[in-house]
Design a protein around this ligand. Structure first.
Ligand code: SF4
Length: 270
């Protein structure tokens, strides 16, 4: 892992996503190294040539920069994070996310955290002090072997579900990002049923669903992994590429039927 400490000029950045006002990405790169990660495009801006997941730039001065930016910023919804995981393993040592959250305590911003790491539990004390907070966990895979291949360094799905339960018990609003729905690994009825049953036990507020975005670089990486570990599944991905719209409509019906069974609220990002 190549770790660089860098200084950023800005950390509270206007979001290009309509539902979110600002983003805070305390790191560039992500140790979790998910094979389908669309944030791989960040390499173009950071100049990294290394494989996604093998480098992280730590924005060492982010808390100080945030303190200055907050003085003049209009309150709104801040997402931690859109192109990195704010609780990737390095956060344990650097605490950049934690220090940024501390800066937000005296302000009226709403904070939304999205992670694949149980490390967020470390910060429950701070989360409870924020004016408005929700924590989402991405969970797309419940098969551990597939998880280790596609999301090598993140917490297991059981750890994520346990963390959701722990947060909900503390009164923190939680949600599940069922994403990306990977053909074969995430989209079979029995898998969604098992996942939604477990989610219903974890006390989450809602599930947000999104399908796999196969940008050319992402598709190349996913295809490489499938060819190596699951060649028999490749035709399903080629089918998905051609019939995406039809697939999405089918998924909506399937997901809603299972969500209803467990009395879960579902939203769709597609
Ligand atoms: S945790 Fe998120 S940001 Fe990190 S590699 Fe995985 S998908 Fe990308």
């Amino acid at each position: 892992m190549i770790i660089s400490e860098i200084e950023c000029r800005s950390i509270l950045n206007k979001s290009g996503i309509s539902a979110i006002d600002y983003t805070i990405n305390p790191y560039t790169g992500c140790e979790h190294g998910c094979k389908y990660c669309y944030a791989v495009f960040m390499k173009k801006f950071s100049g990294h040539k290394e494989e996604w997941g093998s480098f992280v730039d730590v924005k060492i001065n982010a808390p100080e920069v945030l303190r200055k930016q907050l003085r003049n910023a209009k309150p709104g919804l801040i997402s931690f994070s859109t192109v990195t995981d704010p609780y990737q393993p390095l956060e344990e040592r650097y605490e950049i996310t934690r220090k940024c959250l501390k800066e937000l305590i005296d302000y009226d911003f709403s904070v939304s955290i999205l992670t694949k790491s149980k490390l967020v539990l470390r910060d429950i004390d701070l989360l409870k002090e924020l004016k408005e907070i929700d924590v989402g966990f991405s969970i797309g895979l419940i098969d551990e072997k597939a998880k280790m291949i596609f999301e090598p360094k993140s917490s297991s799905s059981k750890e994520r579900l346990d963390a959701l339960h722990g947060l909900a018990k503390e009164g923190i609003k939680t949600w599940v990002f069922f994403s990306p729905v990977l053909p074969y690994f995430s989209d079979r009825t029995e898998i969604i049923d098992e996942l939604f049953f477990k989610v219903s036990q974890a006390g989450v507020d809602y599930i947000l669903v999104d399908t796999l975005q196969l940008y050319p670089k992402v598709w190349n990486e996913v295809k490489r992994i499938l060819q190596r570990f699951y060649p028999e599944v490749l035709p399903q991905y080629k089918h998905y590429l051609i019939h995406k719209d039809f697939y999405k409509e089918e998924m909506k019906v399937k997901v809603l039927t299972i969500a209803q069974k467990y009395n879960l609220t579902c939203k769709f990002a597609f």
